[in-house]
Design a protein around this ligand. Structure first.
Ligand SMILES: C[S@@+](CC[C@H](N)C(=O)[O-])C[C@H]1O[C@@H](n2cnc3c(N)ncnc32)[C@H](O)[C@@H]1O
Length: 417
């Protein structure tokens, strides 16, 4: 089996199961351990195909094939188109890929002389962006409605590898933090805006897995900003969709008196949050619970975070496969759930922070407006302001991959009564 054929199987599994590429690759290689040496090329190919899938469909249609289908042959066709448009594959491998994908060799090889720009000639501006950056039209319409500055640059950035960030425990002392970085072989530089955030410059062994997590953890700057906006120092705070307790543990590092971290998933609480709280050495401050934010079992907190499930489009640099399976219906369901969660959580505290790692209009500006106009939540400045202020809800802030070098995030803050 070639890396192209493996990549096609991994991509198809990812789309059909709505799994991340890394989970789908894990599934494949655990069944085929003898092919593990192909992991690196398979990763490059699957990321590239997911980032460019609409452009690749157009390339295949350009040579007379289509319409696109969700089956193994079409997926292999996409992989072959990617290999020809973006690099040079040996003719013998092209011939094999052509045979197995049901595309004529002579047709396929034509793509060697085609450039992405050729494939979008004559399209309207909107369609050009959608095809060139492989952003489904409904998603692009959402990003346009959100009035993101320099949209084309955002789309370009979303198709590139992300920056990596670290969050450090400042009160552990510089010496301990520097030693932890040195031991993990990581070079990082301090961020100019958030004092406890560092940008990774070099991590020669790949991503640092050997960090001493009592003082340094991997966390995107935009995600770290959320706990700063909550201003947990000396207060009793909560994350009512607490997941793996990443933000809850940060609240503890920032000096919260107590943190209540709750999630509806038993597995997330016991298998992710509990070990994280232990590893980050915050067990005496963070209380974990399983529960539903729609029926908060707590009240009287000084501030709560609602960080609900979202379309994750701010994370496309990490998970481009989401573009291949997400549907407009998912957005409708998700934004409705987010509103319900905000409304219910507002009873638990006088201050509520709402954050989502996405940039769609519906989940960001629109939801924040509904919360203020229909639920009576009063918007307040989401300080410290590190991102840009979204037109349409300027008290909130947005972190944008092409401007801030982070994941895409929207953070709004409200007084609840
Ligand atoms: C974006 S993640 C939260 C990440 C978390 N704040 C952190 O920093 O690690 C969203 C979480 O919401 C949880 N969730 C979904 N529905 C919920 C509900 N009704 N009540 C509580 N948690 C819920 C999911 O299980 C998921 O872990």
């Amino acid at each position: 089996m070639t890396p192209e054929e493996i990549a096609a199987q991994v991509l198809l599994k990812s789309v059909r199961m709505r799994w991340s590429l890394s989970r789908a690759a894990g599934w494949f290689f655990s069944r085929n351990p003898g092919l593990s040496h192909f992991k690196p090329p398979v990763r490059v190919i699957t990321l590239g195909v997911a980032r460019n899938f609409i452009l690749l469909d157009r390339a295949l249609e350009h040579i007379g094939y289509g319409p696109p289908r969700n089956d193994l042959r079409w997926m292999l066709g996409r992989v072959m188109a990617f290999s020809l448009l973006f690099w040079r594959l040996k003719p013998s491998r092209v011939a094999r890929g052509a045979r197995r994908s049901g595309i004529g060799y002579r047709d396929l090889i034509k793509l060697r002389d085609v450039s992405p720009r050729d494939l979008v000639k004559g399209l309207s501006e909107f369609d050009r962006l959608s095809v060139l950056y492989s952003m489904p039209k409904w998603m692009l319409a959402q990003l346009k409605a959100a009035e993101i500055p320099n949209l084309e640059e955002l789309l370009r950035t979303l198709n590139r590898d992300p920056n990596r960030w670290l969050r450090v425990r400042l009160n552990a002392g510089r010496g301990r933090i520097e030693a932890a970085l040195r031991d993990a072989g990581v070079m990082a530089e301090p961020d100019e805006q958030l004092p406890d955030v560092l940008k990774i410059i070099e991590a020669p062994g790949g991503l640092p897995r050997l960090l001493d997590r009592r003082v340094v953890v991997l966390q995107d700057k935009a995600s770290a900003l959320v706990s700063h906006v909550l201003q947990p120092g000396g207060r009793r705070v909560g994350d009512l969709t607490g997941g793996a307790a990443i933000k809850a543990s940060h609240m503890a590092w920032l000096g919260a008196k107590g943190v209540f971290s709750m999630d509806i998933s038993v597995r997330r609480v016991f298998e992710e949050a509990a070990p994280n709280v232990k590893a980050m050495d915050v067990g005496s401050i963070v209380d974990l619970a399983v529960g539903d934010v729609k029926k908060p079992p707590i009240r009287g907190l000084d501030a709560v975070l609602v960080d609900p499930p979202c379309t994750d489009l701010g994370r496309l640099q990490f998970n481009p496969e989401i573009k291949m399976w997400l549907k407009p219906r998912d957005l409708r369901v998700m934004s409705g759930l987010q509103l319900g969660m905000m409304k219910a959580a507002s009873g638990a505290s006088r201050t509520l922070v709402y954050s989502v790692c996405t940039l769609t209009y519906s989940e960001t500006i629109r939801n924040a407006r509904i919360a203020s106009e229909e639920f009576g939540l009063e918007p307040i400045e989401a300080q410290p302001i590190v991102g840009e202020r979204p037109p349409g809800f300027p008290k909130a802030q947005r972190m944008l991959p092409h401007i801030h070098g982070t994941q895409g995030f929207f953070i709004a803050k409200f007084k609840t009564k």
